[in-house]
Design a protein around this ligand. Structure first.
Ligand code: AQP
Length: 334
């Protein structure tokens, strides 16, 4: 059977990058006839210190963002990771399967830990093993993610393969990362070589899903560009990362290809293109932001949805963890 799993960290407000790279795709998968499981990965979020009150608020806000964007809790299983203890339990087993050498190659750890890796948490280093547990706990076959997570999903396959090999079983499936279409890599509005990120210190670098129309317009108007007009093809934007990023965002929001955008916009200066992008972005994002604030007025209802999702998630996860314990040789495993 096919099953989709994906998650987002409640480590800050949602960005346009999270929306286009992840949530929008979650909604597309939900429309297909496949079981979909979407998680707010709060245990991943604390690999970098989070203020407890902020973490609680961000988790609920993330849930509101999923729902506002079209994830339906009656169709998809939606929950926060810490409510299903099996994630941590399988995560430990995978800490014992993954090799240090594999972890040392993870570029996200290097990016996030920065120069002072000695001060990074052990959790940040082990993050990809917990992520493998998130996915394999449900025997997920597909993981829709942005380009930046590809390496972690590949590591998930390595962990599954090593577990199966070491214990002589064919238990964990090989999961495919699904990275498709425009918007899989949304870049900072201030620097076309950096990804748009919720933790970037510059608020002008990103569009937050809670930004109102004025804020969206201002950020796009101020986005870094160059003085050249738009060329005929997307390929010709190869060495113009900022311009490329705006076209990419336009294509993803308009649900069309970058080539189609170029065919329509060729010859325009950014002075003309940016207002069109503002209109499109406001049109697509403002209803989501309005719905998010409405949902946030009833946090108890969000908590009920997450608790219900956790029960459904546990029903799938518990037998898979029990079987894993049995394979590994834990006494008492049923
Ligand atoms: N800029 C992006 N473009 C496309 N997809 C993106 N994603 C994140 N940024 C972009 C996708 O969003 C999902 C959830 O990401 P996450 O919150 O778990 O972790 P992250 O990738 O570390 O996101 P951020 O915004 O950069 O958070 P911080 O600042 O806390 O590190 C993933 O599917 C990711 O691909």
């Amino acid at each position: 059977t096919q099953r989709v799993f994906s998650g987002i960290q409640p480590s800050g407000g949602l960005t346009l990058g999270n929306y286009l790279g992840a949530i929008k795709r979650f909604v597309d998968w939900q429309a297909r006839d496949i079981e979909t499981i979407y998680c707010m990965v709060d245990m991943h979020a604390i690999t970098v210190w989070q203020d407890p009150e902020a973490l609680r608020k961000q988790t609920r806000e993330l849930a509101a963002g999923y729902i506002a964007a079209g994830v339906d809790p009656a169709k998809s299983i939606m929950f926060n990771q810490s409510q299903v203890a099996e994630h941590a339990q399988l995560g430990w087993i995978f800490n014992c399967v993954a090799r240090l050498g594999w972890m040392n190659r993870m570029t996200q750890f290097k990016d996030k830990a920065g120069k002072n890796a000695e001060k990074a948490s052990l959790g940040l280093y082990a993050y990809p093993a917990l992520m493998a547990a998130d996915i394999l706990l449900y025997h997920a076959t597909h993981v829709p993610v942005g380009e930046d997570q590809k390496q972690h999903v590949e590591l998930t396959r390595d962990i599954a393969a090593k577990f199966n090999h070491d214990y002589g079983v064919d238990f964990f499936p090989m999961t495919d990362p699904v990275i498709e279409g425009a918007g899989t890599r949304v870049m900072s509005l201030r620097d076309g070589s950096k990804k748009m990120s919720k933790s970037d210190p510059s608020d002008a670098s990103r569009i937050n899903m809670t930004d109102d129309a004025d804020a969206i317009a201002k950020k796009i108007r101020k986005a870094k560009t160059d003085p050249e007009p738009l060329p005929e093809t997307f390929e010709a934007l190869k060495d113009r990362p900022e311009a490329r990023n705006l076209v990419n965002i336009y294509a993803a929001l308009a649900e069309t290809s970058t080539d189609a955008v170029m065919a329509e916009m060729a010859g325009k200066q950014f002075g003309e293109f940016k207002p069109l992008l503002v209109d499109l972005a406001v049109d697509r994002l403002a209803p989501i932001s309005t719905e998010m604030s409405r949902l946030m007025q009833d946090p108890a209802e969000i908590d009920r949805i997450l608790a219900g999702g956790a029960d459904r998630a546990r029903a799938i996860a518990a037998p898979i963890l029990q079987r894993t314990y049995e394979i590994v040789g834990m006494v008492g495993a049923r």
